[in-house]
Design a protein around this ligand. Structure first.
Ligand code: UDX
Ligand code: ADP
Length: 478
């Protein structure tokens, strides 16, 4: 079965970039990306590429090449499912906030809704592919919805389905590179023909030896496990960075030393402010829920500790900022560099900046937040607090008597540093590595502090500018 028409349900961080690369590599396949959200679809169709709903290096160029040719974005869910011979489910699966498994299990209501839409509208033989990260055995739910409606409608054509799991391993910020040149593509399924049809699509650009096929449950579990292992590495290195700071060791030296053991490997050993992003926490909690559900509490506790450590680490950073700023930040201006959960993305989901900024606001600080890609409206949602733009009008920097625990967005880093007591770098955007610390130092109130949670600033240059410096995991600084 050769696939000619694909429909992807969900035009988010996964669906959008993934289908853009599919369209680019497979000009012979028509790809329709559909979403319930009208504003999102209209942004995907915007001529001005800076308005695309997802920021990813290289994405704009692909959209320019393929949009209108074999890549289309619309809200016509019914029509596009009807025409498709392969449907990707790429919708959000956030952690449940209430009911059974609240705080841990994934909320599958959107996946279920998709399965019902496919069951209702699909015509002829349709391969349904799980792209969203899902708990193990979700395919069972999808299959049961699809199969129970098999005889439901559909004029003269018999509707049949196969379900595959094809988890996405792309990381945000490098999504296009990861999609174009993946370490591996994983396809889980039972039906040989369905697996072959998806394998053939990938073979347009991925070497065959990188396409792994497994049973459907291994594929679902492998995705959760990959994310859990990666997150575990970050919690491990962050735990050691706290020890470095008290023992005089340096986390970069420790990382280099352990990373050169080929069994450990050097990637994913950068200590930072704690992992964020839409996947790590959610997927680990999902694993924890599964372990609890299957009566394996020791396994649940083991993985849950990775998430606890991450949260503890973020609060550790907020606390040490307060401590270094003479024990109080009330009315003090603090410039925050970076709100995205990592560089090269506009995504703020689970960003360490959220917890750290919330802590500092709670302590009474006045935050001037800068980020090259995140919009103030998003920060306001994340902090659950409106921006106070009046803060920017105050010239004497005397916030102490008038304001307590506020924030505003500041595009200009020099203005954000004016009269500030501290600069806290939370996202490793490249432009922050080029800051002129002498100029910044002159503008700040003394004693002034720089907190580098990503270890990307030149220590020498900051010290030369007579600024106090804290750098993650650097036990040589006092
Ligand atoms: C992750 C997985 O990498 C990807 O395979 C999966 O499909 C989705 O989840 P993503 O969340 O986009 O991707 O970003 P990733 O690069 O993995 O970073 C996650 C978090 O860990 C970020 O907050 C990042 O800053 C942090 N991180 C990463 C570190 O603190 N140190 C590191 O060495 C690497
Ligand atoms: P991810 O990071 O997994 O891509 P996002 O939240 O960025 O998650 O995107 C998921 C998208 O799926 C959202 O744009 C949402 O509107 C869309 N969506 C959710 N349920 C449905 C549905 N039943 N039909 C169509 N689109 C849906």
């Amino acid at each position: 079965m050769r696939i000619k028409n694909i429909c992807c349900i969900g035009a988010g961080y996964v669906g959008g970039p993934t289908m853009a690369v599919f369209a680019d590599k497979c000009p012979h396949i028509q790809i329709e990306v559909v979403d319930l959200n009208e504003e999102k679809i209209s942004n995907w169709n915007n001529k001005d590429l800076t308005k695309l709903p997802v920021y990813e290096p290289g994405l704009g160029e692909i959209i320019q090449r393929c949009r209108g040719r074999n890549l289309h974005f619309s809200n016509s869910i019914k029509e596009k499912i009807e025409a498709a011979d392969m449907v990707f489910i790429s919708v959000n699966t956030p952690t449940k906030t209430k009911g059974i498994g609240a705080g841990k299990a994934s909320d599958l209501k959107w996946v279920e809704a998709c399965a019902r839409q496919v069951a209702k509208y699909a015509k002829g033989h349709t391969v349904v592919v799980e792209k969203s990260t899902l708990p193990v055995r979700t395919a069972e739910t999808i299959m049961s919805i699809l199969h129970s409606s098999k005889s439901g409608h559909n004029d003269n054509m018999q509707t049949t389905f196969n379900v595959l799991s094809n988890p996405e391993f792309l990381a945000e910020g490098t999504a296009i590179k990861d999609l174009e040149n993946p370490d591996r593509v994983l396809i889980g399924g039972e039906n040989h023909d369905a697996i072959k049809s998806l394998t053939e699509i990938y073979q347009n650009w991925v070497p065959k030896n990188k396409i792994l096929t497994t049973n459907i449950w291994s594929s679902e579990l492998a995705k959760l496990t990959a994310n859990a292992f990666l997150a575990q590495r970050i919690s491990s290195i962050n735990s050691i960075s706290a020890l470095c700071e008290t023992t005089g060791a340096d986390i970069r030296e420790v990382s280099r030393a352990i990373g050169s053991d080929s069994r450990i490997g050097s990637k994913f050993l950068d200590s930072g402010p704690g992992f964020g992003g839409s996947c790590f926490k959610k997927d680990i909690l999902n694993l924890v829920y599964l372990a609890e559900y299957f009566g394996l509490p020791e396994i649940a506790n083991f993985w849950e500790a990775v998430v606890h450590l991450n949260k503890w680490h973020q609060h550790r950073i907020s606390k040490l900022i307060v401590k270094k700023l003479l024990g109080t930040v009330i009315g003090k201006k603090i410039c925050i560099l970076g709100f995205a959960f990592k560089a090269n993305t506009n995504d703020t989901r689970e960003s360490a900046s959220i917890n750290i900024c919330k802590d500092l606001i709670e302590e009474g600080a006045i935050l001037f937040i800068n980020d090259p890609k995140v919009r103030p409206s998003q920060i306001s949602i994340d902090l659950d607090k409106e921006e106070n733009t009046n803060l920017k009008k105050i010239k004497d920097q005397n916030f102490l008597n008038n304001y307590e625990g506020e924030w505003c967005f500041e595009k200009n880093i020099l203005s954000a540093a004016e009269g500030a007591d501290a600069i806290v770098l939370l996202t490793e955007w490249e432009n922050y590595t080029k800051i002129d610390w002498i100029d910044i130092g002159r503008r700040m109130r003394k004693p002034s502090w720089v907190f580098d949670s990503r270890s990307v600033i030149s220590k020498e240059k900051v010290l030369e500018a007579n600024l106090n410096l804290w750098k993650i995991g650097d036990g040589t600084l006092k």
